[in-house]
Design a protein around this ligand. Structure first.
Ligand code: MLT
Length: 268
């Protein structure tokens, strides 16, 4: 592992009323090329007795990094180190898109950490040659045009049609989350994405309660991909989020949180 130093994170303490118990810890892993602030709508889960921790992956905290990650396992080692430092021994781990790829790496490296798993708008497969070629193009673009070029290219794919038409505030929010990412962090993440392992065979080994969430209009990881994951993970549940594209937690936060809260209340 190439050392990163401890990750910075959002850390919302559980809000517990008199006579109520701490329900546990929820760890949320962000998408590419955003940062932990994408999870702000989900910090409300703290009202239901859950501590919510959302790390900025290496380089995505706006401060740059000493050592770029060389693989998804480097991101996973950073998260393990953070949870150990926070004395979190078990958590429900959720990841959206790249965060889901990272959750697979965490499961491979440290299944002891998991009480449950949330896979949102993600896929187990590694990149096809065609996607790798597109990533080469994005790599060139981030080098030439910085984060703004990446935002121009990605925002139309990240958000559903309806969100782009009707919610300029969300379009702006996602754009500003991308612009907060340094070109170096984005470039390093592209290389990690291109070389990540295929996790398809791992799905059958997942033994914790699992929720698969997908935006109905997700063009990057469509509902059929989520349904196939549900079929492959023993006992998994599938929930489609109407009116959302790939960034379902930002596009439909209430529906996303309702599905999350139901899962946490009944399956964990
Ligand atoms: C993400 O949202 O994390 C990315 O779309 C993932 C990817 O490009 O594979």
């Amino acid at each position: 592992m190439a050392a990163a130093g401890l990750l910075r994170c959002l850390d919302a303490p559980a809000r517990i009323g008199p006579g109520e118990d701490l329900r546990g810890t929820l760890v949320l892993l962000h998408a590419f090329p955003l940062n932990a602030h994408m999870w702000e709508p989900q910090l409300a889960i703290a009202d239901r007795g859950w501590r919510v921790i959302a790390p900025h992956l290496r380089g995505f905290d706006g401060g740059g990094f000493r050592t770029p990650p060389s693989s998804m396992d480097d991101y996973a080692d950073d998260v393990i180190e953070l949870l150990d430092a926070l004395h979190v021994t078990q958590a429900v781990v959720g990841g959206l898109s790249m965060g889901g790829y990272l959750a697979f790496a965490l499961w491979r490296l440290a299944p002891r950490l998991f009480r449950g798993l949330i896979l949102a708008d993600t896929r187990p497969q590694s990149d096809t040659p065609q996607i790798r070629q597109q990533r080469e193009g994005l790599l060139a673009r981030v080098q030439d045009e910085g984060a703004a070029g990446v935002a121009d290219e990605m925002v139309p794919h990240l958000l559903g049609d309806r969100t782009r038409r009707e919610r300029p505030d969300i379009v702006q929010r996602v754009r500003s989350l991308i612009l907060a990412s340094s070109p170096a962090a984005i470039a390093a993440a592209i290389r990690v994405l291109m070389t990540r392992d295929d996790s398809t065979a791992l799905l059958a080994s997942i033994t914790v309660p699992t929720l698969v969430l997908v935006g109905s209009d997700d063009a990057i990881t469509p509902p059929s991909v989520g349904q196939a994951m549900r079929d492959a993970v023993p006992g998994a549940e599938f929930v489609m989020i109407p009116g959302a594209g790939h960034l379902s937690n930002i596009e439909q936060p209430q529906r996303f949180n309702d599905a999350l809260a139901r899962f946490l209340a009944h399956r964990i």
